[in-house]
Design a binder for this molecule. Sequence first.
Ligand code: 5RP
Length: 224
Amino acid sequence: MTQDEMKQAVADAALACIRPKLESNTVLGIGTGSTANLFIDALAGIKGLINATVASSEASAARLKSHGIVVYELNTVDQVDFYIDGADECNAALQLIKGGGAALTREKIMTAVAEEFICIADESKLVHTLGQFPLPVEVIPMARSHVARELVKLGGDPIYREGVVTDNGNVILDVYNFSIPQPLATEEKINNITGVVTNGLFALKPADVLLLGTTDGVQTIYAE
Ligand code: 5RP
């Protein structure tokens, strides 16, 4: 199976997983990225079974709308039943690095609201220790240099993601060479730097379940 085939398999598996639980008032949270896009395309086939969606990015909202799927603003819904999204890295505790697509803040808001976070990823994303993928940090533009200096003090090499402005009007620093053996403490430390909006560690609230695409098929993994 190629990586693309694994992504398709987990998108289909996520749909199969939630389908029996869908009700006419179900609101789905939809993530961002190539794997989430495949889920959106699959969802189009059963859009009549749900009430609406809430998207974690303008790009996903546009893709959902192009399929005729209803998209609500998060502030207008009482609940989000499931949030389905990909990841850049995942460990055995289902703690994640996200934000490769610069949507980390809205993605983290979605995970805070959703009843259940279903992560969909191919096997290349599963690692022993987080941090091989550079950790994205969303920053208020005027604080960029200050935050970068603080990230260096924590041991990382922050690089400004040139030309990228997030949906919230902010910038991204990607922290390279930054092994993360203690994701909970690191997530809190970076959040406490003044000027940081969000960091791409999803450890304080990890995924509830991981659907992992492997060459042998899709594995369903719960946190250790
Ligand atoms: C976007 C994300 C994505 O979930 C992450 O980058 C994975 O993307 P893909 O499914 O394309 O591998 O966090 O901000």
